[in-house]
Design a protein around this ligand. Structure first.
Ligand code: ADP
Ligand code: F6P
Length: 465
């Protein structure tokens, strides 16, 4: 498979997961894969990524109409590049330093080494003049490495998580190298305009680059920094909620939860998601006698994530203790106030949960976008349910008019908002949900992908002269 793909996606993970117990693969769930899969097929694209298993050597293969090129990661790479520099350094640094970032030279060396491997794999499969779209914080050095190998390519990069302000980014010992890596792209995409502005400001201050509005002049090229808020696969969710079995399952979930008001949280188990803050606020409403057991119940679904990284282990213990304490103090026999499930669900079950929830509680302390908030809205064709959304989610500017916005650090404010949401009348729910749905349905993930690729391939975007 040498130099024949006109369209190449490069991401840390391949878009397929191994079928449990078997040798086969199936497409990974999630909007990014659904958005890119049609473009991959129409352009005969290739996806370069890691299989998710340490030390696995796989030949390129075709699955679900997509050509897949696995990039190997040894157990040491997984520890230092993935769990280390990606998720113990960049992840906390880019999320407002909620947890202390680890600055470790061996981790940085592994990040460089693995990024080189991804760039080499992409350079090998891309046709002359092809479009290569690099995804996310794990691969920020790939654009420049790839340009050095293949100056003929059109290179786009999209960051799915926040990009921090200079005051935080300055901490990073390898800060210039990261900026130079990103500047290998023709177009650097961010979730929000503020993130693009942070990037441009940093290029000016740290690299002395000339900038014109949202463009950075670099090595004789003009690099564009733009915002493209990502969204969800509305068509897929619409199909799911049209299934009778999904609706029956939603009724069953409501009955199993006791018939009271259902509040729902669905997140990866991550310290950026504000899970402890929302549970604390909910628990205090019982202590204050604002709520009685049986009147309202919180279902918190937390997908296991990055389980070998220390901060994730600490968080899991903290949440499990907290749930035990709140239920111990406020539950009655047969009526827990919090149902906590540390597991991952398939899309049908998630859709049923969204349909079952009266109040969707999305309270990240910082989040690039938060797709769960948009998925909930996309599922509520019935115009019922309310969304409580953190001001610090990337989705907040788009959804602020229909959601109940909260500052998750303000526990009293959070309690008040939860009560208002619980007591929201059906007519007001419908009014808000209409506003939310208009935005999400008009800006789905297909539009996101098309907007990014149109901008990347815009013939009017001239190199700096
Ligand atoms: P992040 O990318 O930080 O995990 P997002 O909210 O943007 O956060 O995306 C999370 C994705 O993972 C959503 O598509 C959501 O439906 C899915 N997801 C979250 N929790 C679960 C779960 N317990 N089971 C299955 N999918 C989940
Ligand atoms: O959006 C952030 C992100 O890290 C993605 O890059 C990734 O696919 C997802 O969250 C899940 O994280 P991980 O690949 O570490 O399980």
């Amino acid at each position: 498979m040498s130099r024949e793909s006109e369209f190449v996606v490069v991401a840390n993970r391949l878009p397929v997961d191994r079928v449990a117990g078997g040798n086969g693969w199936r497409r990974s769930p999630g909007g990014l894969v659904s958005a890119i899969a049609p473009v991959m097929r129409s352009r005969q694209g290739t996806w370069v990524g890691w299989s998710g298993a340490a030390g696995e050597d796989l030949d390129p293969f075709v699955e679900d109409g997509m050509r897949l090129v696995p990039v190997r990661q040894s157990a040491e790479d997984v520890e230092l590049y993935y769990e280390g520099f990606s998720n113990a350094t960049l992840w906390p640094l880019y999320h407002d330093v909620i947890a202390p970032p680890v600055y470790d030279r061996a981790m940085w060396d592994a990040y460089v080494r693995v990024n080189e491997r991804f760039a080499a794999a992409a350079a090998e499969v891309a046709a002359e003049g092809a479009v290569v779209w690099v995804q996310d914080y794990q691969l920020q050095l790939v654009p420049a490495m790839l340009r050095a190998l293949r100056p003929d390519l059109k290179i786009g990069f999209f960051l799915h998580i926040p990009f921090p302000p200079p005051e935080l980014f300055y901490q990073l010992p390898w800060r210039r190298k990261i900026l130079e890596g990103l500047l290998g792209a023709d177009l650097v995409g961010f979730q929000l305009p503020g993130a693009a502005a942070n990037f441009v400001r940093l290029c000016r201050r740290l690299l002395d680059a000339r900038t014109v509005k949202q463009d950075v002049e670099w090595e004789g090229r003009r690099v564009r920094a733009r915002a493209f808020p990502i969204s969800v696969d509305v068509g897929e969710l619409r199909e799911l909620i049209s299934r009778q079995e999904v609706r029956w399952r939603a009724d069953e979930i409501r009955a199993d939860l006791g018939g009271g008001i259902v509040l729902l949280g669905v997140d990866r188990l991550d310290y950026t998601k504000g899970i402890t803050q929302r549970l604390q606020a909910f628990g205090e409403l019982f202590a204050d006698r604002e709520l009685k057991p049986g009147e309202a119940v919180f279902a918190q679904i937390a997908t296991p994530s990055r389980e070998r990284v220390e901060q994730y282990q600490l968080l899991r213990d903290q949440i499990e203790q907290q749930v035990g304490r709140i239920n111990g103090e406020h539950a009655e026999l047969g009526s827990p106030v919090i149902h906590y499930l540390h597991t991952s669900y398939d899309r049908e079950e998630l859709a049923a949960l969204f349909l079952a929830a009266d109040v969707m509680v999305v309270t990240p302390l910082r989040d690039g976008m938060n797709l769960v908030a948009k998925e909930y809205v996309a599922c509520r064709e019935d115009l019922r349910g309310v969304l409580v959304l953190s001001e610090f989610a990337g989705a907040a500017p788009e959804l602020r008019r229909g959601a109940f916005l909260v500052n998750p650090y303000d526990i009293d404010g959070l309690k008040e908002t939860l009560l208002t949401a619980i007591r929201c009348e059906p007519a007001e729910q419908a009014r808000r949900m209409r506003v939310l749905r208009k935005r999400v349905l008009e800006h789905d993930v297909d539009r996101w992908a098309a907007d990014f690729l149109d901008e990347l391939e815009d013939p009017a975007a001239q190199p700096a002269g």
